[in-house]
Design a protein around this ligand. Structure first.
Ligand code: ADP
Ligand code: MG
Length: 220
């Protein structure tokens, strides 16, 4: 499997996904099978059930994110208010963030509009803000702001997490690349795909103090 994963650098995204899926699904399956065999042999421990449930949840998460990736490209583009998309996702994610004492703030007045698929752009914002929440292990703030340029709109999502080490930076967005115990490593892949469809770009900046800033640029 190790060799397969290394060689996959030269494979197409579809090839990488196929190799990754086999790997990501087989591991939990092997583990569930092992625990079922133990139970079948009469070895009972309560924790077996929660381990098996965790593994099943991981496979559920992976398959639903893969389904998102396999959705046909729709062309449901409309003129959307940047502010209203940001407000939607903040109200969606704020309750979860507050449980970790993280405040998601919108800075400044964002009065721009972009031509886009609203659901998909919201998915991009959700993926990035969720990562920001997950990166922060103490109380702090995530700040979302936007800047209007001549030909594009820039959206900035700033967190106070530990930041992203240089050697990891280039791996972000590779299928299944994750540093989290329960991560799928599909969030930024989906993000990149949606941005490509919108001729938009993503740049990751290092903050002066702490954490990172994800900078999105959409054509107007
Ligand atoms: P997942 O969230 O399932 O791990 P993603 O594709 O969303 O998958 O993210 C890939 C990896 O990028 C994360 O595991 C993490 O290591 C890193 N990452 C993404 N956003 C941030 C952030 N704001 N701060 C620190 N690391 C981040
Ligand atoms: Mg993620």
């Amino acid at each position: 499997v190790e060799e397969l994963m290394i060689r996959s650098e030269k494979m197409s995204v579809a090839g990488q996904l196929a190799a990754g899926i086999a790997h990501e699904i087989r591991n939990p399956l092997t583990s569930i099978k092992g625990f079922l065999q133990l139970l079948q042999a009469g070895v009972h421990k309560d924790e077996y059930y929660s381990i098996m449930l965790d593994e099943i949840e991981k496979m559920e998460k992976i398959t639903s994110e893969l389904l998102f990736l396999s959705k046909p490209v729709t062309n449901d583009r409309n003129i959307e208010s940047v502010n209203s998309m940001i407000e939607d996702i903040v109200s969606l994610l704020q309750p979860h963030a507050r449980m970790k004492n993280i405040e998601i703030g919108i800075e400044g007045k964002i009065s721009d509009y972009i031509l886009c698929d609203r659901t998909q752009v919201k998915q991009v914002l959700i993926n990035i803000v969720k990562n920001a929440v997950e990166a922060m292990d103490g109380p702090g703030e995530i700040t979302i702001s936007a800047e209007s340029k001549d030909t594009n709109v820039v959206i900035l999502i700033k967190d106070e997490g530990p930041g992203i080490p240089d050697d990891i930076l280039e791996k972000l967005g590779e299928p299944f690349f994750t540093t989290k115990k329960n991560g799928t490593g599909l969030g930024l892949l989906i993000t990149k795909q949606i941005l490509e469809r919108h001729n938009a770009s993503l740049t990751i900046l290092k903050n002066n103090d702490r954490g990172s800033t994800f900078k999105l640029s959409f054509p107007k």
